[in-house]
Design a protein around this ligand. Structure first.
Ligand code: ADP
Length: 367
C-alpha cells in the first residue's frame, strides 16, 4: 500500500466519526489532516481550552481508527487550542506531583535537561551527558522533547522511522549504545513547526506514553527551550528525579536560566546541577583561551542560588563538527579533553541521582 492509498484508507477510517459539536470529523473546519508521512498518520483538532475534556474521547477514537489503517506505522491525533491569557485548567500547578505514567515505570531516574532559551547547546549537552552516563556502564535513553527544533536525529545520526512493537507501542531507536526517540523521527519538521502550545503538549504526552523504553537506569529528556506550559507539563507529567540547567555565560541567558530553576523548584523537582556551555573559546590555531562571553557567570549564579555547579564546556569547532556529523564527541573521543569533561559531569550527575533525595534537597538549599 503506498502513501496515497494509506491516506484514502485513513479518510475512510474517519468516515462516520462525529465531533462532540455534532459535525463529522471529515470536513469539519476544526480539523486539519489527516496527513500521512512514511506510514505515520497525524490529525489535529482545534478546540478551546475548556473543551479539552469533552474532546478527549473523540481524540482517542480517531487515533484508534487511524491506527487500524492497514500499513499504518503509528498514528497521532492531537487537540490544539489557541493560547489563552490564562492557563488551561489541566496546566495549573498541582499541589502534588502525579504518579508517573506506567510506561516509565521501568525507568529508574528521569532527568530533564533544560535551558531558559534556545541555542545554548542544550541538545548537545543532553546527548553527551547521556553518552557519559552510558560510559559508566548504565543503560540510558534519551527523549528529544524539543518538538519545534528536534535535533536528536542529526546529533545521533538516526535515520528512518521507529519500529512499532506487537503491542503497538513505539520502540526507541538505538545509536552509540543509547536508546533514543525524537519527534523528528515521527512527524515532518514542517508539520510540527506550526503546532501551538497545547498541541505540542499533547504530542509530548503521547510520546511519553507510547514509547516502550523498557528498563533504563536513566532517561534524559531534552526539554523544549523555555519555561512555558509544555515544560511545566513535562515536569509535572513525569516523575522527574531532577533537572540539569544549561546556560551560556551571558547575563541574559542566566536570567532565563534562573527562570528555569524557579520553574522546577515550583513543582518540587530538584536541580541536579547547572552547566555552563560555550564558556570560553579555544582557538584552534594557537590553542589560546578567549573568554568571549565573560566567564564564571554560571558558577557564581549556581553558588548564589545554592544549586550544584557541574562545570563548564568550552566553545570549540571540534564539538560543533562532531554534533553535526552524528558522531557526538563523547562517542568519538571519550578520553579526549571534551570527552573527559562530559564524563566527569555524568559521574557527578549519577552520584547526585543515587544520593538520598533528602541530600539533593539539602544541597540545593545550601544546607
Ligand atoms: P539547543 O538545544 O540549546 O538549541 P544545540 O545543542 O542544538 O542547542 O546547539 C546549537 C548549536 O551550537 C549547534 O550547532 C551545536 O553544534 C552548537 N554548539 C553547542 N554547544 C557548543 C560548544 N560548546 N561549542 C561549539 N558549538 C556548540
Amino acid at each position: 500500500m503506498d502513501d496515497t492509498d494509506r491516506l484514502s484508507a485513513a479518510r475512510a477510517a474517519l468516515d462516520g466519526l462525529v465531533l462532540p459539536d455534532g459535525t463529522p470529523v471529515l470536513g469539519s473546519a476544526r480539523v486539519s489532516g489527516p496527513i500521512e508521512a512514511g506510514g505515520r498518520i497525524s490529525l489535529a483538532i482545534s478546540i478551546t481550552p475548556d473543551e479539552a475534556a469533552a474532546y478527549a474521547e473523540t481524540r482517542a477514537a480517531a487515533e484508534a481508527a487511524l491506527r487500524a489503517v492497514p500499513g499504518c506505522d503509528g498514528a497521532i491525533v492531537v487537540l490544539t487550542a489557541e493560547k489563552s491569557s490564562t492557563s488551561p485548567p489541566n496546566l495549573k500547578i498541582q499541589d502534588k506531583k502525579p504518579a508517573p505514567p506506567p510506561v516509565l515505570a521501568g525507568v529508574t531516574h528521569v532527568v530533564a535537561v533544560a535551558s531558559g532559551k534556545g541555542g545554548v547547546g542544550k541538545s548537545t549537552t543532553s546527548v553527551n551527558l547521556a553518552l557519559g552516563l552510558r560510559a559508566l556502564g548504565l543503560k540510558v535513553g534519551i527523549l528529544d522533547a524539543d518538538i519545534h527544533g528536534p535535533s536528536l536525529p542529526t546529533l545521533l545520526g538516526l535515520h528512518g522511522r521507529p519500529r512499532v512493537g506487537s503491542d503497538r507501542r513505539l520502540k526507541p531507536m538505538q545509536s552509540h549504545g543509547l536508546f533514543a526517540m525524537s519527534m523528528g523521527l515521527m512527524v515532518d519538521a514542517e508539520t510540527a513547526m506550526v503546532w501551538r502550545g497545547p498541541m505540542v503538549m499533547s504530542a509530548i504526552t503521547q510520546m511519553l506514553a507510547e514509547v516502550d523504553w523498557g528498563t533504563l537506569d536513566v532517561l534524559i529528556i531534552d526539554m523544549p527551550p523555555g519555561t512555558g506550559d509544555a515544560q511545566l507539563a513535562i515536569a509535572q507529567g513525569t516523575d522527574l528525579s531532577g533537572a540539569v540547567i544549561v546556560s551560556t555565560p551571558q547575563d541574559l541567558a542566566l536570567i532565563d536560566a534562573r527562570r528555569g530553576i524557579a520553574m522546577f523548584r515550583k513543582v518540587d523537582v530538584p536541580i541536579l546541577g547547572v552547566i555552563e556551555n560555550m564558556a570560553h573559546f579555544i582557538c584552534p590555531d594557537c590553542g589560546a583561551q578567549h573568554e568571549i562571553f565573560g566567564s564564571g557567570g554560571a558558577a557564581a549564579e549556581a553558588q548564589r542560588l545554592g544549586v550544584p555547579y557541574l562545570g563548564a564546556i568550552p566553545l570549540t569547532m571540534e564539538l560543533r563538527a562532531a554534533s553535526d556529523s552524528g558522531q557526538p564527541i563523547v562517542a568519538r573521543d571519550p578520553e579526549g579533553r571534551l570527552g573527559t569533561i562530559y564524563t566527569g559531569m555524568a559521574r557527578a550527575l549519577w552520584s547526585a541521582l543515587r544520593a538520598e533525595p533528602d541530600h539533593i534537597q539539602k544541597t540545593q538549599l545550601g544546607v
